[in-house]
Design a protein around this ligand. Structure first.
Ligand code: ASP
Length: 596
């Protein structure tokens, strides 16, 4: 080894030892007779001092080094002089007085500061990702990711799971996105599809009798890059045989709790994880991935609202819609009239962006019994106000927001307002982690454009046993044995108990409009496998990128992936995707046709 210790290792008890360190020059300060170098490696920083009087040749070499040079230093560990101790640095009580210094490799001036945690243009970071990854906060994230994965492997191994790799070159596995195709050279005109998930293969592993499978699996989905997604991402793919929903939920809950409490420095707020029916989550939060770090739940106040004199509320309910109210604790506290009006105007603009016709409100004065302000005050006589406030549990200083309309149309507005208010009220502390299970999803969603049912989860999700007759009579009412895990407002896992009988699987193919022939061509192997002794089974797949993002307190998953792609699915460092050589295309029987 070119070093005897890491740059994070030396302490006062090493005093007097001759050591060799190697790493990157984090900073160099030349104070004339003395040069200080902070030497950095993945483990930390160590201060090197070079004294011109004692070691003139070393001093000369040190005066030429620049930031990010790779150097090797030999020296003796000394306690730092009194008053020079840096309590913020684990190695801050010592320094290494250099006796030799070798430049192993110089460095050009970096495209951005490596030694400062400041915001850098993202395209530049991506182009020089290897430099970006050198920065301390990125190293922290990447190491955290490693620890999470290591914890997962150890935990599942102890639970009797086997890690099994499944192919990347395979056949279409639909998860609602487009496939990435790989042309076959050996079979002209034929293509492999990269897996959108190992879904079929893990089910086939259950048929094969492995009973408990997992894989840190790469998944590929060619989606329009909306939001914070990556064309390839990593999930913890799991499947278990002879299980019921409870078994999967309990195991994953225990695993997630361990990860948060033993690997991260985050605080776990919800234990046990609350379980919400999907329908209730939509009604209360307008979302099936609600952020549970804060409450802010919408209440259905249709019954009270129709007794107000506000015509909009009455007609909304008459047309089959709902009136919903959100109590914002302390939302009006300390605001004067114009501040309150400005707040409500901003909230109303947000509501309208999300499809609402308008937003009504009431604000309770800061002291009990004070004046009630807001657009709704005159429509709710005092007694009805009291009833409403009793229902919502309001207190002095609260703001109450109202929405009216068809239930479905209100969901996105409820969700947007809730998230926005949580930001304003600073209820979203990234140091806190709050999980919740969402259960009892409808099996299908109606696809208006294509005029057919789409699976809410995927093709292989089993209906609730008692809802199987509904597949023939009223598929829209059938519930699936699907469950999602949400965390801090993100869906971080989805899974289900699967279909393990051929007839039901074929029926689902039919309902989603898959032609029998096409279904057999694409999934014949699955249907056939179901005839050779398939155990009941189920599984789930938590997204590793998203989980680590939340544990690291980062705003997007690119911060926890070593070499991510941009929103346009490009790698700016290597320049991928790129054109292929004509010879390669020829071998693959492919011709590129210019778009007209
Ligand atoms: N294959 C599913 C997905 O990728 C997860 C599962 O059902 O286990 O979302």
């Amino acid at each position: 080894m070119l070093k005897t210790h890491t740059c994070g290792e030396l302490r006062p008890e090493h005093t007097g030892q001759a050591v060799t360190l190697a790493g990157w020059v984090h900073t160099q300060r030349n104070q004339g007779g003395l040069i200080f170098i902070d030497l950095r490696d993945r483990w930390g920083l160590t201060q090197i001092t070079i004294d011109q009087a004692a070691t003139p040749a070393v001093h000369e070499a040190a005066s030429d080094v620049r930031n990010e040079y790779v150097i090797q230093v030999q020296g003796i560990v000394h306690p730092r002089p009194a008053g020079m101790v840096n309590a913020n640095l684990p190695t801050g009580a010592i320094e290494v007085q250099a006796t030799a210094l070798t430049v192993l490799n110089p460095a050009r001036v970096p495209p951005f500061y490596i030694n400062r945690d400041e915001k850098v243009d993202e395209a530049l970071r991506m182009k020089y990702r290897y430099m970006d990854l050198r920065r301390q906060h990125m190293q922290r994230n990447i190491v955290l990711r490693h620890r999470v994965i290591k914890y997962i492997r150890d935990y599942l191994d102890a639970q009797g799971f086997v890690e099994i790799e499944t192919p990347i070159l395979f056949k279409t596995t639909p998860e609602g996105a487009r496939d990435y195709l790989v042309p076959s050279r050996v079979h002209p005109g034929k293509f492999y599809a990269l897996p959108q998930s190992p879904q079929q293969l893990k089910q086939l592993l259950m048929v094969a009798g492995y009973e408990r499978y997992f894989q840190i699996a790469r998944c590929f989905r060619d989606e329009d890059q909306r939001g914070d997604r990556q064309p390839e991402f990593t999930q913890l793919d799991m499947e278990m045989s002879f299980v019921e929903r409870e078994d999967v939920l309990n195991l994953v809950e225990d695993l997630m709790t361990g990860i948060v409490e033993e690997v991260s420095d985050r605080q776990l707020l919800t234990r046990p994880f609350p379980r919400l029916l999907q329908r209730d989550a939509m009604e209360k939060y307008g979302s099936d991935k609600p952020d549970m770090r804060y409450d802010l739940a919408w209440a259905d106040i249709s019954a009270v609202a129709t007794r107000s004199s506000f015509g909009v509320f009455q007609s909304a309910v008459k047309d089959g819609g709902k009136v919903k109210a959100l109590r914002v604790p302390g939302g009006a506290a300390g605001l004067n009239n114009s501040q309150l009006r400005k707040l409500v105007e901003e909230l109303e603009a947000l509501a309208k962006e999300n499809g609402a016709k308008g937003l009504s409100w009431l604000a309770l004065a800061g002291e009990a019994g004070g004046e009630v302000r807001g657009t709704m005050a005159k429509f709710f006589p005092e007694e009805l106000q009291a009833e409403l406030f009793g229902l919502l549990g309001t207190e002095a200083g609260d703001l109450v927001l109202f929405l009216a309309g068809p239930a479905q149309a209100l969901y996105p507005v409820q969700d947007a307002l809730r998230r926005n208010l949580a930001e304003r009220l600073e209820l979203t502390d990234p140091a806190q982690i709050a999980f919740a299970w969402i259960i009892d999803f409808p099996l299908f969603e109606w696809n208006e454009d294509e005029h057919r049912w789409d699976p809410s989860h995927h093709l292989f999700t089993s209906p609730m046993p008692e809802d199987i007759p509904l597949l023939d009579t009223d598929p829209g009412q059938a519930r699936g044995q699907q469950y999602d895990l949400c965390c801090n407002g993100y869906e971080i896992a989805g899974g289900s108990i699967r279909i393990h009988q051929r007839e039901i699987q074929e029926k689902i193919f039919g309902l989603i409009g898959l032609d029998v022939e096409v279904a057999r061509e694409r999934f014949g192997h699955m249907l056939e496998a179901f005839e050779y002794g398939t155990p009941p089974h189920g599984g789930i797949a938590p997204g590793i990128d998203r989980l680590v993002m939340l544990l690291a307190g980062e705003p997007n998953i690119r911060e926890v992936i070593a070499f991510p792609k941009t929103q346009q699915a490009a790698d700016l460092m290597a320049g991928a995707p790129s054109e292929a050589e004509p010879g390669q295309l020829h071998d693959l029987h492919i011709r590129v046709v210019e778009k007209q």
